[in-house]
Design a protein around this ligand. Structure first.
Ligand code: 6PG
Length: 254
């Protein structure tokens, strides 16, 4: 099991600053020896402030070599790029457009294709092309940003979906019964091949789930977040104090 690094900040603002700093450090490190920095963005509401901070703060806006940063997504709705719920649209408006990221650096999931399975296959091909992968090989993303739902899901790996123990595919297209919709998501296998995975989690309503994920028994079918254990990479849980409030390690309890 990968031992996670747990970062706890008092407020979501402070946490967002800390994660922006981490992102910038990782980008600089990767770009000092490689052509590209590859990052996977998350959906959900929590990272929107991070995207805006990276785009609007001079230190990041001018300090990161954005033309060499390539963006991917951890998951997507079965919906087009202009849909209200599109993870791509949210990141584009908060970060990619303001930073004028070249379109060739943006590798979105094509949620507008007729079936979610078609979108998953197309994304798998895109990963294969960009990373020059042989069939079955996994990409090694530099930085993966994930969130956690109060039900223990991450990306679109929801509790109980049959694909949770898939041992073959890079991209999945699960039917999510509780939402009555298809989603497209990277698989646990793909996330676990990354160099760094960072969960950004905030809010008191996440506290009991977070405790179960980090300190409870292993139950990945109910808590898919527990499946994320990079094989040869770093795992970071970046939390605000409200989310961390039930952890044994939380400063509130010391
Ligand atoms: C999505 C996500 C999802 C999200 C969590 C947390 O597409 O919605 O990738 O896994 O990260 O649901 O979302 P919040 O940040 O809104 O709590």
């Amino acid at each position: 099991m990968t031992k996670p690094t747990v970062i706890i900040e008092e407020s979501l603002d402070a946490l967002t600053e800390r994660v922006a700093e981490e992102f910038s450090k990782q980008a600089a490190q990767a770009l000092s020896s490689r052509k590209h920095f590859t990052c996977v963005l998350s959906g959900g509401s929590t990272p929107v402030a991070l995207y805006a901070l990276l785009a609007q703060t001079a230190r990041y806006r001018n300090g990161i070599d954005w033309k060499r940063v390539h963006f991917f997504w951890g998951d997507e709705r079965h919906a087009g790029p202009d849909a209200r719920e599109s993870n791509y649209r949210i990141a584009k408006e908060a970060m990619l457009s303001p930073l004028e990221i070249p379109s060739g650096n943006v590798h979105r999931i094509l949620g507008e294709l007729t079936s979610a399975e078609d979108a998953a296959v197309a994304y798998d091909e895109e990963l294969g092309r960009f990373f020059g992968l042989k069939p079955g090989a996994l990409p090694r993303f530099d930085f993966v940003l994930l969130g956690m739902g109060a039900d223990g899901h991450t990306a679109s790996l929801f509790p109980g979906i049959p694909q949770l123990d898939d041992t073959r595919r890079r991209v999945l297209a699960p039917w999510v019964e509780k939402l009555a919709e298809f989603r497209v998501t990277l698989s646990p296998l793909t996330f676990n091949a990354a160099a760094c995975v960072l969960f950004l989690v905030a809010g008191r309503e996440k506290a009991p789930t977070l405790k179960a994920v980090l300190e409870g028994p292993r139950a990945p079918n109910e808590l898919p977040c527990q499946l994320i254990q990079p094989d040869r990479g770093e795992l970071v849980w970046a939390l605000d104090q409200a989310a961390a409030s039930q952890l044994k390690t939380c400063p509130l309890h010391q």
